[in-house]
Ligand binder design. Sequence first.
Ligand code: MBD
Ligand code: FE
Length: 283
Amino acid sequence: MTVKIHDRLDMQAFLRELSGMNAADGNPRMKEITHRLMSDLFKAIDDLNITPDEYWTGVAWLNDLGAAGQAGLISPGLGLDHFIDERLDAIDAELGIENPTPRTIEGPLYVAGAPESVGFARLDDGTAEGQTLIMHGVVHGADGQPLPGAKVEVWHCDTRGFYSHFDPTGKQAPFNMRRTIFADDNGRYKFQSILPSGYGVPPGSPTEKLLSALGRHGQRPAHIHFFVSADGHRKLTTQINIEGDPLINDDFAYATREGLVPSVKERTDEESIHANNLNGPFA
Ligand code: MBD
Ligand code: FE
């Protein structure tokens, strides 16, 4: 038997009531959003014949998700973070704003307050195994000119896929592989770290349970996160992927974008010392 009651006038009135449309107080935007989302949810329950068992399983899952602090983890997994970025891109396109470095999602693992330096930073504390990684670049303003003093916040995980502050083994010092670098007088930044591995959602977690019910994995390719900001400029949130990672086009968080997979040059120690002295900070 199929029952559809969403469109009944008393249900439409009920939706308005529960969304606060009849209340003098409250926030009009919250009312509007709640009314729309609840209306769509009621309709889905009707259309899909969602059973009480299915509904309460969903409620229990939401409790587990919140208890695990994973709302911000399932969000990119369900493509919402990517969708929001696509909307920002579309708005920029309408305004005629070009973004030479594309934006991509922040993810849930940024921590404010990382140690600061000018021009150069070493991100890792030297205790973790890993292949040495050196990255450098120039921050340009909207006018295409280098932007001295621009703030480059960078964070990434270790070779086990664990981020400091979120390491289940408790092995990393606070702010390991997290730094804030202010671009030098020529707008340049540079850092040394270790090559990160990919990330996987915690095994057995509510996020992993939903993904596996969908027949999906919860893996990300190796990546490095960035915020780039400066007075009078919009903040850029982006990432790069490590070239060659097999998951580059199979990211559970849908964050890979063309233009964000720079080429990686593998160097011997000797070549590296030479190359890095050219730009100063290691001299
Ligand atoms: C991450 O490291 C990440 O960057 C995202 C988007 C989601 C989960 C873990
Ligand atoms: Fe990440």
